[in-house]
Design a protein around this ligand. Structure first.
Ligand code: DI6
Ligand code: FE
Length: 420
């Protein structure tokens, strides 16, 4: 019997399907539990799943007798890992930037692209001009690509509306994804992503008149799980980000930050001072910033897709993150400009090849540490008490997941105990 026969036990699109306890057998487990290295590997393991959760896992010969009567599913020797988590995406947006890609390849500068109507501004107009249904339909195509690789949770940012109504619309669309697909969505309000043309040269006024009012509204409507910003010369300075973070603090929302992507403005340090869940990109981060993150327990989200697309040459300080025990996550940064990627597996490969992360760090980065970057404590590892968010792979060893290029060995995906 294959894993596909496991009975659903979730509410999805309003349909409640009864739960029945299951014992998954004949599998190799990479639990990715903290401290259990390498990979938390258990050969010939079993996993007991009930009511959407893992209730027991370990070596097959240690299965407690209380599970003797449970239905068994034979996974035919496949590898089971925690399902993947993409903890940094801008997956809701209008249009695309393929034309800009062509122009850049023909030698056009960023400025020329912008003058020709390209760049982030073009995504803002396309997003403002799209209906919520259009935004949702376009996002779902990209979401499906992630789910096909065993993803069960994604973070989705606003930040291509840059006016109150469209920022809220983006977050509403992000929320709707959960009703359309078996996936968990965590939203981040990213009003401080760029200065829109109508506020050119008036970034402070934009923060006061648009960003903060939009954040208050998004919070009042329950649309924001966290608050993000882009701290960079071409976006917002740290004093401006700080005002947004102070508002987040007043509203009781956790923060995260795009920091040190193109230069070092002390963004990660600022984020750490606000107890940020994560600081993301970090190519230009120095050791002081790494230490600040370590003290605050802020996760470093590594985004190799943007590094690759922008042909960046400065790698993030991986060795310093190791030295100071900063947890590293890995994410697609799916966005139409700097990382038009919907493959978390390819991202894991890039993290290894471009940044010399180990395949184990890459997998931890797309599971356990990605969960932490989203403030999710009930997923990201395979352990008793955690949600049964699992990925079943046609591979023998977990290093294969980051090793291959453009190959998807997913056999099946379990979302809160339901195969989908
Ligand atoms: N950093 C990035 O690389 C993207 N946003 C950000 O904060 C770029 C977004 C875009 O070009 O559309
Ligand atoms: Fe980003």
């Amino acid at each position: 019997m294959s894993a596909h026969n496991i009975t659903n036990n979730q509410t999805f699109k309003g349909v409640r399907v009864s739960s029945s306890p299951k014992l998954l057998m004949n599998l190799n487990l990479a639990s990715m539990a903290a401290g259990a290295t390498p990979y938390g590997l258990v050969a010939d393991a079993a996993i007991a799943v009930d009511a959407g959760k893992v209730v027991w896992c370990g070596a097959r010969d240690g299965v407690p007798s209380e599970f003797d009567s449970w239905q068994r599913d034979d996974l035919e020797g496949r590898l089971v890992t925690p399902a993947l988590i993409d903890c940094h995406t801008h997956i809701v947006f209008g249009g695309n930037r393929a034309r800009e890609f062509e122009m850049r390849l023909q030698g056009a500068t960023y400025e020329e692209v912008a003058r020709a109507g390209g760049g982030i501004v073009s995504t803002v107009s396309a997003t403002r001009g799209a209906s919520e249904q259009e935004l949702l339909n376009a996002a779902l195509v990209r979401v499906d690509a992630l789910l096909a690789e065993g993803v069960t949770a994604i973070e989705v940012k606003s930040g291509y509306g840059l006016d109150v109504d469209t920022e809220l619309a983006m977050l509403r669309v992000a929320r709707k994804i959960e009703g359309e697909r078996p996936v968990r969505v965590k939203t981040s309000f990213l009003g401080a992503h760029a200065v829109p043309v109508e506020y050119k040269g008036r970034a402070d006024a934009y923060i006061d008149e648009v960003c903060i009012p939009a954040l208050e509204k998004a919070h009042a409507e329950g649309l924001a799980d966290a608050v993000d910003g882009f701290c960079e010369g071409i976006a917002f300075m740290s004093a401006q980000i700080e005002r947004v973070f102070e508002k987040a603090g007043e509203l009781g929302l956790p923060v995260k930050l795009h920091a040190e992507q193109l230069s070092n403005l002390g963004g990660a340090k600022l984020a750490a001072a606000h107890g940020a869940l994560s600081a993301d990109h970090l190519e230009y981060l120095d050791e002081t910033g790494v230490k600040a993150m370590a003290e605050a327990g802020t996760v470093a989200v590594i985004l190799p897709g943007a590094f690759y697309t922008l042909r960046e040459t400065q790698a993030p300080p991986i060795e310093l993150f190791r030295k100071h025990n900063v947890a590293m996550a890995v994410a697609t940064d799916c966005n139409p400009g700097s990382s038009p990627s919907t493959s978390l597996l390819l991202t894991m490969n890039m993290a290894c090849t471009l940044f010399r992360m180990t395949p184990e760090e890459a997998l931890a980065g797309a599971t356990r540490n990605a969960a932490r970057a989203l403030g999710l404590s009930d997923t990201g590892t395979v352990e008793a008490g955690k949600r049964a968010d699992l990925a079943v792979w046609n591979v023998e060893h977990p290093a294969e997941l980051a090793y291959r290029i453009g190959f998807n060995p997913l056999h099946s995906r379990m979302f809160a105990g339901a195969v989908s």
